[in-house]
Design a binder for this molecule. Sequence first.
Ligand SMILES: Cc1ncc(COP(=O)(O)O)c(C=O)c1O
Length: 419
Amino acid sequence: MAEKKLPFTKEQVTELIKQYPTPFHIYDEAAIRQNARKLTKAFAWAPEFKEYFAVKATPNPHLLKVLREEGLGADCSSLPELILAEKAGMCGEEIILTSNDTPAIEFKKARELGAIINLDDISHIDYLDKHAGIPEMICFRYNPGPLRDGGNSIIGNPEDSKYGLTRKQLLDAYRIMQLRGVKRFGIHTMVISNELDPNYFIETANMMFDLIIEIYRTLDIKIEFVNFGGGIGVPYWPEQEPVDLDVVSQGIKKAYEAKIAANGLAPLKIAMECGRMITGPYGYLVSTVLHKKEIYKNYIGLDACMANLMRPALYGAYHHITVLGKEEWPLGYMYDVAGSLCENNDKFAINRKLPMVDIGDILVIHDAGAHGHAMGFNYNGKLRSSELMLKPDGSVELIRRAETIEDYFATLDFSGLEK
Ligand SMILES: Cc1ncc(COP(=O)(O)O)c(C=O)c1O
């Protein structure tokens, strides 16, 4: 099986652990920067291109600052995410609020920041008006429902998913906003998650360009930007290939010329809000083997658990594992790699072929840089681990300390219990 590369050696990690005990997540800043540049470069043909990094994937302000330096904005879906983007120095139309079932406070904060508001439902128009006022620019999220196939266990198929407006609602919503004085319009969709087929994104672009033409013809509204959402996949398996961004971009360009430019609707700005493909492959969960157990199967017990990375337990997702220092050893043993939660699905890998694993070995779980630490939780009193940044000069910076028991207890008042 093809091996996945690491940006650090066993010696470096062993040294690091003396200062920052496992488990921790570590992100490769140089690789993330390079990757962000690659995406922007692929769309250099567009009159304007902006990637709004999906903050939910890796909500750390230090990481957001790095991405901002690379020209990326932020896609936020909650008040804390809006605040994180603000703390990372972002404001105005560098931020888009794509949330659903949105509370008033999020609309208020988005308005205060001058962020783009992407409405998830036609009924949100009055709600927004009442609580935060109607801005000069508005965006709507389109859900094509039966008009588009696709979807998967992460996002659901369009018809079953709770997001966005139907085609009819969308046209009504733009008309309402037009009557209420909105001058600038965007359109958004997100119909897929973790997709590796470039054609899927090109088909989505075609669908959106057709819709933009229809909106123009029906309502005389010239859409200013289209946001294709996130969803570009990550090659979690070593034998998978990453999405060729140039193929995606060139396919979208062809559709743009045939539909947008040919109908006099240029310039139309292109936006995306990928999370996974930006940071996913460049984050690693580093963990130490605490125990080995042999019953009906052979188990490796880590000091990390699904509270550090729940994708395998939640979606049965594959995450490659490297046993540090044993990269060249034969994969002669089969293990279930487990955490310590009282949940039998707390396993990073089932029936995984690995080299012989010993107590004290360091295991690196790959592709944990998006929807990894972010999905953490405190079940079973598990404390959330630290996050580190491997800097381009090889130094390592702590960008989030590990939680302490005091943090865990911070919302409890113990007074009066001891009597
Ligand atoms: C609205 C929205 N935008 C963007 C993303 C990012 O998706 P991905 O990390 O798969 O690119 C998500 C993921 O949940 C989302 O819900």
